[in-house]
Write a new protein. Structure first.
Length: 154
């Protein structure tokens, strides 16, 4: 959990660059990537809390094994569900507010049972430990994009 909280802190440090963009790297600006990451963290935390351990289905998933082994999501290969695509106007004030709410929400994960799980659209059912790892990989993926955009604009 400390690594995930550290990644959230990195998102916070990127807030001042939220308007920066570079279409060679991403069609979306830094603020969009921050907001998307926060939406994912919140949605998955809620899904974990609602999960019924009796509904967990273990499955073999080669893509999940690759992503989890290398700790990387290939750029441009995933498609985010509509529920985690930012739709409202993004500005530093709204991002800061959302970030503070997300920090509190993510702390709930520490209190959850290890049998809680999240149903990922590509990877299948992920137990709590796997879900935390996914959240770390996903947040790092977007931080890498954010950092590339910022580097190109300096």
């Amino acid at each position: 959990m400390k690594e995930l909280q550290s990644l959230i802190n990195e998102l916070e440090l990127s807030l001042i660059e939220s308007d920066r963009s570079d279409p060679r790297i991403s069609v979306s600006n830094v603020g969009w990537h921050i907001e998307h990451s926060l939406l994912v963290l919140n949605a998955i935390t809620d899904a974990l809390a609602r999960s019924n351990p009796a509904d967990f289905k273990k499955s073999f998933n080669f893509i999940r094994i690759l992503v989890f082994t290398f700790g990387k999501i290939p750029r441009g290969k995933g498609k985010a569900p509509g529920s985690v695509i930012p739709t409202e106007t993004i500005n530093q004030a709204s991002l800061l507010n959302h970030l503070e709410r997300t920090k509190v929400k993510v702390m709930e994960i520490d209190k959850m049972e290890s049998s809680c799980f999240f149903k990922h659209p590509f990877f299948g059912d992920l137990k709590l430990r796997q879900t935390i790892k996914f959240l770390q990989i996903h947040t790092k993926h977007h931080l890498d994009i954010i950092n590339d955009i910022i580097k190109q604009n300096k």
